[in-house]
Design a protein around this ligand. Structure first.
Ligand SMILES: [Zn+2]
Length: 288
Protein backbone atom coordinates (compact mmCIF):
# COMPACT_ATOMS: atom_id res chain seq x y z
CA UNK A 1 0.00 0.00 0.00
CA UNK A 2 1.56 3.30 -1.06
CA UNK A 3 2.68 5.52 1.83
CA UNK A 4 4.25 8.96 1.91
CA UNK A 5 7.47 8.07 -0.01
CA UNK A 6 5.61 6.24 -2.79
CA UNK A 7 3.03 9.01 -3.19
CA UNK A 8 5.75 11.67 -3.07
CA UNK A 9 7.65 9.83 -5.82
CA UNK A 10 4.56 9.76 -8.03
CA UNK A 11 3.74 13.43 -7.33
CA UNK A 12 7.29 14.57 -8.18
CA UNK A 13 7.21 12.68 -11.47
CA UNK A 14 3.75 13.94 -12.39
CA UNK A 15 4.91 17.50 -11.76
CA UNK A 16 7.26 17.15 -14.72
CA UNK A 17 4.73 15.25 -16.80
CA UNK A 18 1.32 16.94 -16.45
CA UNK A 19 1.73 20.53 -15.24
CA UNK A 20 0.49 22.89 -17.95
CA UNK A 21 -1.63 20.26 -19.66
CA UNK A 22 -5.33 20.89 -20.13
CA UNK A 23 -7.97 18.23 -19.49
CA UNK A 24 -9.96 17.42 -22.60
CA UNK A 25 -12.05 14.57 -21.21
CA UNK A 26 -12.51 12.40 -18.14
CA UNK A 27 -13.74 8.83 -18.58
CA UNK A 28 -14.87 6.58 -15.74
CA UNK A 29 -14.73 2.81 -16.15
CA UNK A 30 -15.79 2.03 -12.57
CA UNK A 31 -18.65 4.05 -11.13
CA UNK A 32 -17.36 4.16 -7.56
CA UNK A 33 -14.09 5.88 -8.47
CA UNK A 34 -15.70 9.32 -8.19
CA UNK A 35 -18.34 8.57 -5.56
CA UNK A 36 -20.34 10.24 -4.15
CA UNK A 37 -20.23 12.32 -7.35
CA UNK A 38 -21.64 10.69 -10.52
CA UNK A 39 -18.90 10.33 -13.14
CA UNK A 40 -20.76 12.64 -15.55
CA UNK A 41 -20.74 15.53 -13.02
CA UNK A 42 -17.11 14.83 -12.27
CA UNK A 43 -16.24 14.88 -15.98
CA UNK A 44 -18.11 18.16 -16.48
CA UNK A 45 -16.16 19.83 -13.66
CA UNK A 46 -12.80 18.63 -15.00
CA UNK A 47 -13.29 19.37 -18.70
CA UNK A 48 -11.18 22.30 -19.90
CA UNK A 49 -9.29 22.69 -16.61
CA UNK A 50 -5.54 23.15 -16.59
CA UNK A 51 -3.24 21.26 -14.20
CA UNK A 52 -1.30 24.08 -12.54
CA UNK A 53 0.78 22.04 -10.10
CA UNK A 54 1.21 18.61 -8.52
CA UNK A 55 1.87 17.98 -4.86
CA UNK A 56 1.20 15.50 -2.07
CA UNK A 57 -0.77 15.77 1.16
CA UNK A 58 -0.56 12.74 3.46
CA UNK A 59 -1.07 9.79 1.13
CA UNK A 60 -3.06 11.81 -1.45
CA UNK A 61 -1.68 12.80 -4.83
CA UNK A 62 -2.86 16.39 -5.38
CA UNK A 63 -3.32 17.60 -8.96
CA UNK A 64 -3.83 21.34 -8.58
CA UNK A 65 -6.40 22.85 -10.94
CA UNK A 66 -6.85 26.41 -12.13
CA UNK A 67 -9.40 28.15 -9.90
CA UNK A 68 -8.40 27.12 -6.35
CA UNK A 69 -9.55 23.52 -6.62
CA UNK A 70 -7.63 20.27 -6.75
CA UNK A 71 -8.19 16.77 -8.03
CA UNK A 72 -7.04 14.47 -5.25
CA UNK A 73 -6.30 10.80 -5.76
CA UNK A 74 -6.27 8.20 -3.00
CA UNK A 75 -4.38 5.14 -4.26
CA UNK A 76 -5.36 3.02 -1.24
CA UNK A 77 -4.20 -0.60 -1.67
CA UNK A 78 -3.36 -1.06 -5.34
CA UNK A 79 -4.01 2.22 -7.17
CA UNK A 80 -1.56 3.39 -9.82
CA UNK A 81 -1.39 6.68 -11.72
CA UNK A 82 0.22 6.02 -15.08
CA UNK A 83 1.17 8.76 -17.51
CA UNK A 84 1.09 7.52 -21.09
CA UNK A 85 1.76 8.94 -24.53
CA UNK A 86 -0.89 9.05 -27.23
CA UNK A 87 -1.79 5.58 -28.51
CA UNK A 88 0.16 3.55 -25.94
CA UNK A 89 -1.21 0.06 -25.15
CA UNK A 90 -3.97 -0.25 -22.54
CA UNK A 91 -3.08 -0.76 -18.88
CA UNK A 92 -4.79 -3.63 -17.08
CA UNK A 93 -7.49 -2.73 -14.52
CA UNK A 94 -7.85 0.88 -15.71
CA UNK A 95 -10.73 2.44 -13.74
CA UNK A 96 -10.55 6.03 -14.99
CA UNK A 97 -8.77 8.00 -17.71
CA UNK A 98 -7.92 11.69 -17.91
CA UNK A 99 -7.33 12.65 -21.54
CA UNK A 100 -5.33 15.81 -22.08
CA UNK A 101 -5.85 18.18 -24.99
CA UNK A 102 -2.46 17.24 -26.48
CA UNK A 103 -3.36 13.52 -26.70
CA UNK A 104 -1.43 12.29 -23.65
CA UNK A 105 -3.35 10.46 -20.93
CA UNK A 106 -3.22 9.86 -17.21
CA UNK A 107 -4.69 6.45 -16.36
CA UNK A 108 -5.88 5.37 -12.95
CA UNK A 109 -5.40 1.60 -12.73
CA UNK A 110 -6.52 -0.23 -9.60
CA UNK A 111 -6.78 -4.00 -9.24
CA UNK A 112 -8.71 -4.01 -5.98
CA UNK A 113 -10.92 -0.96 -6.68
CA UNK A 114 -10.46 0.78 -3.31
CA UNK A 115 -8.85 3.88 -4.83
CA UNK A 116 -10.86 7.08 -5.20
CA UNK A 117 -10.73 10.50 -6.87
CA UNK A 118 -12.32 13.72 -5.65
CA UNK A 119 -12.41 17.39 -6.63
CA UNK A 120 -11.88 19.50 -3.51
CA UNK A 121 -11.15 23.05 -2.42
CA UNK A 122 -7.39 23.47 -2.20
CA UNK A 123 -7.84 25.37 1.08
CA UNK A 124 -9.09 22.16 2.72
CA UNK A 125 -5.70 20.57 2.19
CA UNK A 126 -3.74 23.19 4.10
CA UNK A 127 -1.74 22.02 7.06
CA UNK A 128 -3.21 24.37 9.62
CA UNK A 129 -3.61 21.87 12.44
CA UNK A 130 -7.06 23.14 13.44
CA UNK A 131 -9.24 22.18 10.53
CA UNK A 132 -12.60 20.48 11.00
CA UNK A 133 -12.23 17.29 13.03
CA UNK A 134 -15.82 16.21 13.60
CA UNK A 135 -17.14 12.79 12.63
CA UNK A 136 -18.32 12.47 9.05
CA UNK A 137 -15.61 14.76 7.69
CA UNK A 138 -13.88 13.43 4.58
CA UNK A 139 -10.35 12.23 5.32
CA UNK A 140 -8.63 14.95 3.29
CA UNK A 141 -10.08 17.61 5.62
CA UNK A 142 -8.83 15.94 8.80
CA UNK A 143 -5.21 15.23 7.91
CA UNK A 144 -2.60 15.93 10.57
CA UNK A 145 0.92 17.30 10.40
CA UNK A 146 3.31 16.56 7.55
CA UNK A 147 6.27 14.70 9.11
CA UNK A 148 8.79 16.19 6.67
CA UNK A 149 7.64 19.75 7.34
CA UNK A 150 9.46 22.26 9.55
CA UNK A 151 6.55 22.20 12.00
CA UNK A 152 7.23 18.56 12.87
CA UNK A 153 9.67 19.29 15.68
CA UNK A 154 10.66 17.18 18.68
CA UNK A 155 8.60 19.55 20.83
CA UNK A 156 5.54 19.09 18.60
CA UNK A 157 5.91 15.31 18.74
CA UNK A 158 6.44 15.32 22.51
CA UNK A 159 3.27 17.37 23.05
CA UNK A 160 1.31 15.14 20.66
CA UNK A 161 2.45 11.95 22.44
CA UNK A 162 1.42 13.44 25.80
CA UNK A 163 -2.06 14.30 24.44
CA UNK A 164 -2.49 10.70 23.33
CA UNK A 165 -0.49 9.23 26.21
CA UNK A 166 -2.52 6.03 26.61
CA UNK A 167 -2.30 4.96 22.94
CA UNK A 168 0.21 2.35 21.86
CA UNK A 169 2.83 4.11 19.76
CA UNK A 170 2.50 2.11 16.56
CA UNK A 171 -1.26 2.51 15.94
CA UNK A 172 -0.84 6.19 16.83
CA UNK A 173 1.75 6.64 14.08
CA UNK A 174 -0.73 5.17 11.59
CA UNK A 175 -3.53 7.59 12.52
CA UNK A 176 -3.63 10.04 9.60
CA UNK A 177 -5.34 12.69 11.77
CA UNK A 178 -2.21 13.01 13.92
CA UNK A 179 0.70 12.59 11.53
CA UNK A 180 -0.17 12.30 7.84
CA UNK A 181 1.48 9.91 5.42
CA UNK A 182 2.94 7.14 7.60
CA UNK A 183 1.63 3.64 6.96
CA UNK A 184 2.47 0.18 8.27
CA UNK A 185 5.85 -0.29 6.59
CA UNK A 186 7.46 3.03 7.50
CA UNK A 187 6.03 2.93 11.05
CA UNK A 188 7.68 -0.47 11.57
CA UNK A 189 11.00 0.67 10.12
CA UNK A 190 10.99 3.96 12.09
CA UNK A 191 10.30 2.20 15.41
CA UNK A 192 13.16 -0.24 14.82
CA UNK A 193 15.43 2.62 13.87
CA UNK A 194 14.49 4.48 17.10
CA UNK A 195 14.74 1.26 19.19
CA UNK A 196 11.15 1.63 20.46
CA UNK A 197 8.80 -1.34 20.93
CA UNK A 198 5.55 -1.02 18.88
CA UNK A 199 3.41 -1.53 22.02
CA UNK A 200 5.04 1.17 24.16
CA UNK A 201 2.47 3.73 25.31
CA UNK A 202 2.89 7.19 23.80
CA UNK A 203 3.03 8.73 27.28
CA UNK A 204 5.91 6.50 28.43
CA UNK A 205 8.41 7.97 25.98
CA UNK A 206 11.48 9.66 27.51
CA UNK A 207 12.66 12.93 25.89
CA UNK A 208 15.62 11.18 24.23
CA UNK A 209 13.23 8.59 22.77
CA UNK A 210 10.92 11.29 21.40
CA UNK A 211 13.89 12.92 19.71
CA UNK A 212 15.09 9.58 18.31
CA UNK A 213 11.60 8.76 17.03
CA UNK A 214 11.29 12.09 15.21
CA UNK A 215 14.69 11.59 13.61
CA UNK A 216 13.85 7.98 12.68
CA UNK A 217 10.53 8.92 11.07
CA UNK A 218 12.17 11.57 8.92
CA UNK A 219 15.11 9.31 8.10
CA UNK A 220 13.05 6.35 6.85
CA UNK A 221 10.62 8.56 4.90
CA UNK A 222 13.42 10.47 3.19
CA UNK A 223 15.25 7.26 2.42
CA UNK A 224 12.04 5.83 0.93
CA UNK A 225 11.77 8.85 -1.36
CA UNK A 226 15.43 8.59 -2.33
CA UNK A 227 14.95 4.95 -3.35
CA UNK A 228 11.80 5.72 -5.37
CA UNK A 229 9.42 4.02 -2.91
CA UNK A 230 8.97 0.37 -2.01
CA UNK A 231 7.50 -2.17 -4.46
CA UNK A 232 6.29 -5.38 -2.90
CA UNK A 233 3.22 -6.39 -4.84
CA UNK A 234 1.61 -3.57 -6.73
CA UNK A 235 3.36 -0.26 -6.36
CA UNK A 236 4.87 1.31 -9.45
CA UNK A 237 5.62 4.97 -10.10
CA UNK A 238 3.95 7.25 -12.67
CA UNK A 239 6.19 5.84 -15.42
CA UNK A 240 5.36 2.26 -14.48
CA UNK A 241 8.74 1.51 -12.83
CA UNK A 242 9.25 -0.25 -9.50
CA UNK A 243 10.91 1.38 -6.50
CA UNK A 244 13.99 0.00 -4.70
CA UNK A 245 13.20 0.71 -1.04
CA UNK A 246 12.03 -2.89 -0.43
CA UNK A 247 15.70 -3.93 -0.62
CA UNK A 248 16.49 -1.57 2.25
CA UNK A 249 14.02 -2.85 4.86
CA UNK A 250 15.69 -3.63 8.20
CA UNK A 251 12.78 -5.48 9.88
CA UNK A 252 9.68 -5.27 7.69
CA UNK A 253 8.79 -8.74 6.31
CA UNK A 254 12.02 -10.19 7.79
CA UNK A 255 10.62 -12.49 10.52
CA UNK A 256 13.24 -15.05 11.63
CA UNK A 257 16.10 -13.21 9.95
CA UNK A 258 18.84 -11.57 12.04
CA UNK A 259 18.42 -7.99 13.23
CA UNK A 260 20.93 -5.92 11.22
CA UNK A 261 21.99 -4.17 14.47
CA UNK A 262 22.31 -6.99 17.02
CA UNK A 263 21.78 -10.32 15.23
CA UNK A 264 18.73 -11.45 17.23
CA UNK A 265 15.93 -13.00 15.13
CA UNK A 266 13.24 -10.53 14.04
CA UNK A 267 9.78 -11.35 15.43
CA UNK A 268 6.39 -10.91 13.77
CA UNK A 269 3.42 -9.91 15.93
CA UNK A 270 0.02 -8.34 15.30
CA UNK A 271 -0.60 -4.87 16.75
CA UNK A 272 -3.93 -3.14 16.18
CA UNK A 273 -4.82 -5.72 13.54
CA UNK A 274 -1.68 -5.07 11.47
CA UNK A 275 1.28 -7.38 10.94
CA UNK A 276 4.22 -5.89 12.80
CA UNK A 277 7.94 -6.71 12.94
CA UNK A 278 10.46 -5.83 15.62
CA UNK A 279 13.73 -6.93 17.22
CA UNK A 280 13.08 -8.26 20.74
CA UNK A 281 16.53 -7.18 21.91
CA UNK A 282 16.80 -3.68 20.40
CA UNK A 283 13.12 -2.86 21.03
CA UNK A 284 12.39 -3.87 24.63
CA UNK A 285 8.78 -4.78 25.41
CA UNK A 286 7.00 -2.57 27.96
CA UNK A 287 6.36 -4.18 31.36
CA UNK A 288 2.92 -5.84 31.52
ZN1 LIG B 1 18.34 -5.94 17.31
Amino acid sequence: MPELPEVETIARQLKDLVVGRRVARFESLWHRVTEPLPATHFAARLAGREITGVSRRGKFVVLELDGDEALIVSLRMTGKLLFREDGSPDDAFTRAVIRFADGTVLRFADTRKFGRMAIVDRADLLENGDGPRGPGQPLHRTLGIEPLSKRFTTRWLGDFLQLRSRSAIKPLLLDQRGIAGIGNIYAIEALWCARIHPLRSAGSMRPDEVARLREAIRFVLRKGIRFGGASRRDYVDARGAEGRMQQEFKVYDRAGQPCPRCGRAIVRTVVGGRGTFHCPRCQRAPRS
